[in-house]
Ligand binder design. Structure first.
Ligand code: SF4
Ligand code: SF4
Length: 267
């Protein structure tokens, strides 16, 4: 942790970056995101097992961009987020400095996104065992059972949109669910409206989700909605060989094509 604090201080003193996005402690010892702009405040940075939030969500926020060039304390999920955001033209290679923390807790600074890509070749963050277990259980269900499972889960949704707010890949200025002319999705939390919202969300994240699990952690109703986008990622990999967040130049999975794609309409 001292290494991280010292490096953040140096970077701010040298004006290499204008802000360090990292983790700090609240007064009651909880973890929160902090935006360190003065070298003397670098001592407020912490990093331990409580630091699970994907801080990549702040890279596209207007309020944070306003500070200037950021350095970001990045878990492996956050590193994947940075690469995926770059592939979607939301951040630039020389616009973010990655202060990475490996799965073993080792601090590593990445001068370019190419060096992050090389690091990713060693492997990404594993999906937690309890998620793998539930995914496997859902796979064994019949279509009717699966439908019933998701209907039961999604009826708990209160449409608070914490999942959307916490997701680094949900960066549209205005989400489709907030439009009322035309009204695409019903505003209240209803059976059909909840299904519409979650199907729309999963499709918009298909092939883009970096499997950080933040949406599931953010859900106050404890709905395992991250499994929908995990599954969509798995399909993107199986069908198109596309894995989000490994390359800063990967073309968009759902809006790119090749002349030899199997669909007839392309030929
Ligand atoms: S796991 Fe959830 S929060 Fe993380 S990128 Fe995927 S959809 Fe977004
Ligand atoms: S965080 Fe949970 S309750 Fe809130 S909109 Fe998302 S799924 Fe629904």
């Amino acid at each position: 942790m001292e290494e991280l604090r010292n490096r953040a201080k140096q970077l701010l003193e040298a004006k290499t970056v204008d802000v360090v996005i990292g983790y700090g402690e609240t007064l009651n010892n909880k973890i929160k995101a902090v935006f360190i702009r003065k070298p003397e405040d670098a001592v407020k940075l912490v990093y331990d097992e409580r630091c699970t939030q994907n801080l990549g969500v702040y890279l596209t926020k207007h309020e944070v961009k306003h500070f200037g060039k950021p350095a970001i304390v990045a878990s492996v999920s956050t590193m994947r987020t940075v690469l995926q955001l770059c592939s979607e033209k939301q951040v630039k290679d020389d616009g973010v400095l990655v202060l990475g923390v490996t799965l073993e807790g080792k601090f590593l600074e990445f001068p370019t996104f190419k060096t992050v890509e090389t690091f990713m070749e060693k492997g990404v963050q594993p999906i937690p065992a309890k998620d793998l277990e539930l995914m496997a259980k859902i796979e064994t269900m019949s279509l009717d059972e699966r439908w019933a499972f998701w209907q039961e889960e999604l009826q708990k949704c209160t449409k608070c949109y914490a999942c959307r707010a916490s997701c680094p890949m949900c960066y549209c200025n205005r989400c489709m669910v907030d439009y009322n002319q035309p009204q695409w999705i019903s505003v209240p939390s209803t059976e059909i409206g909840n299904l519409e919202w979650h199907l729309m969300r999963a499709m918009h994240l298909a092939g883009r989700c970096v499997n950080c699990g933040e949406c599931g952690r953010a859900c106050p109703q404890e709905i395992p909605i991250h499994l929908l986008t995990f599954k969509a990622s798995e399909e993107a990999q199986n069908q198109f060989g596309a894995v989000a967040g490994l390359s800063s130049t990967m073309p968009s999975t759902l809006s790119s094509w090749k002349p030899n794609d199997k669909e007839n309409f392309i030929q």
